[in-house]
Ligand binder design. Structure first.
Ligand SMILES: N[C@@H](CCC(=O)N[C@@H](CS)C(=O)NCC(=O)O)C(=O)O
Length: 266
């Protein structure tokens, strides 16, 4: 902060206007006077910026949180990432879970007719990934660097696509055996495995998916931690994905949420 003020003044009006008038002698005197006043000015600017920056640094960051209500079914599904982010950030919200019998009536009250929807100060925000990204901003889980943030978006969108393919099979009219066969022979090798392979490579030499903990790590852990819990053998070739999933699940607020969240089928 101090060097920005300093450079701007030094290369700006001060020196230029001193050189543009008077005889050489007057010029020298003016330069000397100017140097004195410039030194004083510089000291004053540096002192003010020093005081301001130490004052700003000592101020606590007080975010004004809106009133939040997450509306979804009594399921993890497309709302669980939002719940993890809210838990991580210790952000207060109402977790409204609609019973299936009440859905036809409730649907009429939701502008898009779809859930999840996040009520932010009573205004609806639709789309699960927009909701999660917004909450990730509130919880400080989005990198400041735009490209890093975009890589996190790419990863979370990829995992959302994978989940959508999974839901297609889950909610199809096929029998349970047919579904299992489709997961094994189609979904895993063609949809999930290529993502796992790329992710394993990226995570093998870094602590987090990006340069700090982000909502991308939370989503990796939410998705693959669940697979690991149910079918650990499937993730055996992906030790870095498993390690990251477990590390995130060990964060105190996440751990607390996972242990206390309602038990649901999906
Ligand atoms: N792209 C949307 C999809 C929303 C969606 O399809 N929601 C489903 C539940 S996961 C739903 O509302 N189904 C009930 C209905 O369509 O009546 C999102 O990610 O939020």
């Amino acid at each position: 902060m101090s060097s920005v003020c300093h450079n701007k003044t030094q290369s700006g009006v001060g020196l230029e206007s001193a050189k543009s008038q008077g005889t050489p002698r007057e010029h020298e005197e003016k330069d000397a006077n100017h140097a004195d006043s410039w030194d004083l000015e510089k000291i004053a600017i540096e002192e003010v910026t020093r005081i301001l920056s130490s004052f700003c640094a000592s101020l606590p960051y007080v975010a004004i949180m809106p009133e939040l209500k997450l509306v979804y079914f009594n399921a993890r599904g497309r709302a669980e990432l939002a719940r993890w982010i809210l838990a991580y950030g210790n952000i207060a919200y109402t977790d409204e879970r609609i019973e299936m019998d009440d859905w036809p009536e409730k649907k009429k009250t939701i502008p898009t007719g779809k859930v999840p929807v996040l009520m932010v100060d009573e205004k609806p925000l639709p789309q699960s990934m927009a909701i999660a990204r917004y909450l990730a901003h509130l919880a400080n889980l989005v990198p400041e660097d735009p490209l890093e943030a975009a890589y996190c978006d790419a990863l979370t969108d990829t995992l959302s696509d994978v989940a959508a393919e999974g839901y297609k099979i889950m909610f199809s009219s096929k029998t349970e055996d047919e579904k299992k066969q489709e997961y094994r022979e189609q979904f895993f090798p063609n949809i999930m495995k290529p993502v796992l392979e790329r992710l394993e490579k990226r995570l093998s030499n870094r602590e987090w998916f990006a340069s700090q903990l982000t909502w991308a790590d939370l989503m990796i852990s939410m998705v693959f931690g669940e697979v690991h819990k149910r079918k650990p053998e499937m993730l055996q070739p992906y030790p870095s994905v498993v390690a990251l999933s477990l590390k995130v699940r060990d964060l105190p607020n996440i751990k607390k949420w996972v242990e206390s969240a309602p038990e649901t089928k999906f």
